[in-house]
Write a protein that binds this ligand. Structure first.
Ligand code: AMP
Length: 189
């Protein structure tokens, strides 16, 4: 199973991706987690990405695409994966298309989680207080939602046109949302 999980920050992508990873036995690949790990360990990649992440901006495509390509080539990713936080703009969609063509692989679905703006803002505030993510300041949260609306949300139409989009409401019990996603995916299979 090769899946994308898409949706605005705070909608619960990471939580659902982790549960789907377990359900289907596929690795959960989060570009945000990879960047945060590198930031924390002060690697050259972390130093480069940090300046963008801390402003709520996207890390340049060349950097992000290469990380994803390297990760998708690893052994544990040969039987499938769930990509969380990538692609985030039209160039990244094209880059992923090229990678999959090169690997002779196909996407099974793009899951789109959605929730009202107010629900998202509340969740982000709670997460900021709980996790203390450095990029969860009010300014970067607003910036990231803006980048999402302008660059990432239009990609849902792209995957819809390809017949790959599975829309699921991101508000409700965590377990019920996972069940709704699995039911939607299994009904396509
Ligand atoms: P996330 O945890 O997915 O919200 O990602 C946190 C931050 O990492 C984002 O605000 C971006 O600065 C950076 N990032 C994550 N994924 C990408 C991506 N696909 N393209 C560019 N930047 C990304």
């Amino acid at each position: 199973m090769r899946l994308l999980i898409m949706g605005p920050q705070g909608v619960g992508k990471g939580t659902q991706a982790a549960r789907l990873s377990e359900h289907y036995g596929i690795p959960h690949i989060s570009t945000g987690d990879i960047f945060r790990y590198n930031l924390k360990n002060n690697t050259p990649l972390g130093q480069e990405a940090g300046q963008y992440i801390n402003r709520g901006q996207l890390v340049p495509d060349e950097v992000t695409d290469r990380i994803v390509e390297d990760r998708l080539k690893m052994d544990d990713a040969q039987g499938g994966w769930i990509l969380d936080g990538y692609p985030r703009n039209a160039e990244q969609v094209e880059a992923l298309d090229r990678m999959l063509e090169q690997f002779g692989q196909k996407l099974d679905a793009a899951i789109a989680l959605d929730a009202d703006h107010e629900v998202l803002m509340e969740r982000m505030k709670k997460r900021a207080a709980l996790e203390g993510r450095e990029d969860d300041t009010p300014e970067t949260i607003a910036k990231r939602l803006d980048v999402y609306a302008k660059q990432t949300e239009p990609l849902l139409a792209t995957y819809e046109q390809r017949g790959l989009l599975v829309r699921v409401n991101g508000v409700g019990e965590i377990a019920s949302i996972t069940e709704a996603i699995v039911a939607a995916l299994d009904s396509r299979a």
